[in-house]
Write a new protein. Structure first.
Length: 124
């Protein structure tokens, strides 16, 4: 995954409830922004530069897949969080604006390592 900057948009209700992911992102020097649904995510992306989008697959007004339509061709990378039992899988969805759905899903530990690798490529 390519990444040009530090702005991360987290889309979905659960990101406000659990701090583990946002704490990890802050430690890695990412700036976190939040949207609860597809509409607020669209509005935020239209008004702000975003480098990485992390979204739930199921949102109150649609799906994370539907939201990807607004991100295609923007210089943004995106992952969708797919719930599985007591955990989740992270589905790579966009790499620098290019669709990459169908790439292997990442388990939480693999996703944490991917975030660390992205942080290493951030501009100083």
């Amino acid at each position: 995954m390519t990444l040009a900057g530090t702005n991360v948009l987290l889309v979905g209700q659960n990101f406000h409830k659990t701090q583990t992911l946002t704490e990890r992102l802050h430690r890695l020097k990412f700036r976190c922004h939040f949207a609860t649904n597809v509409q607020t995510a669209r509005e935020f992306v239209a008004a702000n530069p975003i480098d990485l989008v992390l979204s739930n697959t199921h949102l109150s007004d649609g799906t994370g897949y539907r939201m990807l339509i607004n991100l295609t061709r923007l210089p943004v990378s995106a992952f969708l969080c797919f719930p599985v039992e007591n955990s989740c899988l992270w589905l790579p969805a966009l790499d620098d604006g290019k669709r990459c759905l169908g790439s292997p899903a990442l388990r939480p530990l693999e996703f944490a390592r991917a975030l660390e690798q992205m942080a290493l490529r951030l501009p100083v």
